[in-house]
Design a protein around this ligand. Structure first.
Ligand SMILES: NC(=O)c1ccc[n+]([C@@H]2O[C@H](COP(=O)([O-])OP(=O)(O)OC[C@H]3O[C@@H](n4cnc5c(N)ncnc54)[C@H](O)[C@@H]3O)[C@@H](O)[C@H]2O)c1
Length: 301
């Protein structure tokens, strides 16, 4: 996927892109003028919003951004002007994503992080400050997902379960604890946690961890609301990533897609608009909420 290409035309910053996704071509250009960002040009497919976000001067950390959904979040934030620290336990993949952003004219650095390890999370926060001098946004996307063990709560190996929960549930807390002081001294900001519709369905220990992420989102929203830091979560439905293909075989995915109100699998690009909205000032009175982006998979009355 190509990133945005930046050009200066007179006093306007014009950014163009050509994105090839699943055989669809999305083309467009957006114009940044007087702090207002609009999209021009033709688009096809479901991915291009008509109004974009401007994160110029802001700094974001995205965990688990070495591929999949986290990569899409990191690239979208950089395309909208943020400086992004691409953090992942796989530092080679994180470095490749950051290099791709820089090649496209964006601002990015990378670091290795194990989100289950408080010292590693502290080093990640320090790396953001070292690289960019401030920190406003944290996207807690990292999780053990691709290649995860498929087992029951009643039988899964206990040591594996403990490690799984320390990454997939407590990892978001570990990283928030490491980052919130820097976010506060940078003037406040926002956290987006990556949940899943699995929190509302039978999904064993994966669902248990995501239900915990939802509660963590609500509790932390109260602890951080007085410090100008908002905390929300996105609960995606089935999203086509390399990792998802290792967890859900095609023969299981087809009935899942047929059960959705919108009968197609989501893509990482389907999630990007919600992530950017929740981080942006347009969501300045929204905190402690979990937003499904799921093609109508789960109804909550
Ligand atoms: N793909 C889907 O259908 C789907 C649906 C709902 C929610 N999600 C959630 O979205 C997120 C991303 O999913 P994805 O499909 O892109 O999968 P993915 O496996 O590509 O992304 C997870 C990333 O986290 C990294 N990671 C794993 N353990 C880590 C650790 N201890 N510290 C730091 N990084 C670590 C991995 O290296 C990987 O890059 C996950 O939180 C997943 O649970 C995915």
């Amino acid at each position: 996927m190509d990133g945005w290409r930046r050009l200066v035309e007179g006093r306007r910053l014009v950014e163009g892109r050509r994105v090839v996704e699943g055989g669809r071509v999305v083309e467009g250009r957006r114009v940044v003028e007087g702090g207002v960002v609009t999209t021009e040009g033709s688009t096809s497919g479901a991915t291009a919003p008509t109004v974009e976000f401007d994160f110029t001067g802001k700094v974001a950390v995205v965990t688990g951004a070495g591929g999949g959904i986290g990569q899409a979040y990191a690239e979208a934030l950089a395309a909208a002007g943020a400086a992004v620290l691409v953090a992942d336990i796989d530092d080679d993949r994180a470095a490749a994503v950051a290099a791709g952003i820089r090649d496209g004219g964006g601002s990015a650095a990378s670091c290795r992080v194990d989100v289950a390890d408080p010292a590693s999370a502290e080093a990640m926060a320090a790396a953001a400050l070292d690289s960019f001098g401030s920190l406003h946004y944290l996207v807690n996307n990292a999780a053990i997902f691709g290649g995860m063990q498929l087992d029951l709560l009643l039988t899964v190996d206990w040591a594996y379960l403990e490690r799984f929960l320390s990454v997939n549930l407590l990892g978001a807390l570990t990283c928030t604890r490491a980052c919130y002081r820097a976010m506060r001294t940078s003037g406040g900001g926002a956290v987006v946690n990556q949940s899943s519709t699995a929190a509302y369905l039978y999904a064993g220990f994966y669902g248990l961890a995501k239900a915990g992420v939802n509660s963590l989102t609500q509790q932390l929203a109260h602890e951080l609301g007085g410090q100008s830091i908002r905390v929300n979560a996105i609960a995606p439905g089935p999203i086509d990533t390399e990792a998802a293909r290792t967890v859900v075989p095609e023969e299981f995915m087809t009935p899942i897609i047929n059960s959705l109100a919108i009968k197609r699998q989501g893509s990482p690009a389907d999630l990007v608009g919600m992530c950017l909205f929740l981080l942006s000032d347009r969501a300045s009175w929204i905190t402690g909420q979990i937003f499904n982006v799921d093609g109508g998979q789960v109804f909550r009355a």
